[in-house]
Design a protein around this ligand. Structure first.
Ligand code: ADP
Length: 301
């Protein structure tokens, strides 16, 4: 099969592993920087171009679209969908998962466990907002943040008020969330492919830090997850309409709570922690599933 990988850099670990897996399984991979891919959208023969050349038609597209280029990257992916290529994850599902607020609302509607979370606009509503999520300590999250940047733990009510008011003063959109103490600086990343958790790792924050992101110095280890955690991760990926997803869970006293569903999960941490060949599983899934014009929008919203 001809497989295009939308990635800004072919030397990134995940991109490299996907190229290797394609080649090992007898496919022809091509890495395309989405920002250098442009398109003829309105003709009756839609085309995609790359650095001056018309691109061939691809059987499948693997989107590895960074958060900062979601708008342009999903437009490029959508163009390939129109042209009949099979997307590993659909453009609609990627856009949906990139909006933290919209994702939580969709997950809540389907009964997926979540930390109590509030969203407000006016500084006049801060007192009630804090009360609504159960008071301090609480977590304040910038909607545009990734890799743990813009996630703040406010230990007291006074600190929470100041941080929320400061963000609001800067016109930044923030979520205010119950702090799950029992998780003790750890979260669980479940890698879901085609409705199954194929690998799971525990990420533990550094001493003195509550954010367990590997980019924030967290460490990853293999973990055995419970049936409830497995079911929650699968359901979350399904609600988002993602074939491949990294679902982040917190272990709480009331069971697994979903923090985030990632549509371009990094492969390095999870392959190293679990010793599993996730790239190979992804290509195997594409072989099994890719058919021309097989894009149907899954889920709603
Ligand atoms: P990002 O998308 O920037 O990674 P997250 O929402 O995943 O932001 O938060 C970063 C980290 O902070 C998480 O991996 C987790 O370790 C910790 N964290 C986030 N929300 C909570 C919470 N409500 N309770 C406890 N820890 C949390």
């Amino acid at each position: 099969m001809k497989i295009a990988i939308l990635s800004r850099n072919k030397n990134l670990y995940s991109t490299r592993r996907l190229i290797e897996a394609c080649e090992k399984r007898g496919h022809e991979p091509m890495v395309l920087d989405a920002l250098r891919t442009y398109m003829d959208i309105a003709s009756n023969k839609p085309e995609a171009h790359f650095k001056g050349k018309v691109l061939p038609s691809f059987d499948a597209i693997i989107p590895r679209i960074g958060a900062s280029v979601t708008f342009y990257g999903t437009a490029v992916l959508r163009q390939f969908e129109v042209m009949g290529s099979f997307p590993l994850n659909e453009s609609v599902a990627i856009s949906r998962s990139r909006d933290k607020l919209r994702s939580l609302q969709l997950l809540a509607r389907k009964g997926v466990g979540l930390p109590n979370t509030g969203f407000a606009n006016s500084p006049d509503d801060v007192q009630d907002l804090i009360k609504m999520v159960g008071g301090a300590p609480l977590v304040v999250k910038l909607l545009e943040g990734t890799q743990g940047i813009g996630v703040v733990l406010a230990e007291t009510k006074k600190a929470a008020e100041s941080v929320i008011e400061a963000f609001m003063g800067l016109k930044a959109n923030i979520l205010v969330q119950e702090y799950i103490k029992e998780s003790s600086g750890a979260d669980i990343r479940c890698l879901v492919i085609d409705g199954k958790v194929v690998a799971a790792m525990k990420r533990q924050a550094q001493v003195g830090e509550f954010r367990s992101n590997l980019h924030r110095g967290g460490s990853a280890t293999l973990i055995k997850i419970t049936p409830a955690e497995r079911a929650t991760a699968v359901k979350a990926a399904n609600v988002m309409g993602l074939n491949v997803a990294g679902v982040d869970l917190l272990r709480s006293a009331r069971g697994p709570l979903v923090m985030e569903v990632n549509s371009s999960p990094g492969l390095k941490g999870i392959e190293e922690a679990t010793g599993k060949d996730i790239a190979d599983m992804i290509i195997e899934f594409i072989e099994k599933t890719a058919k021309p014009h097989k894009t149907k929008t899954k889920g709603k919203g």
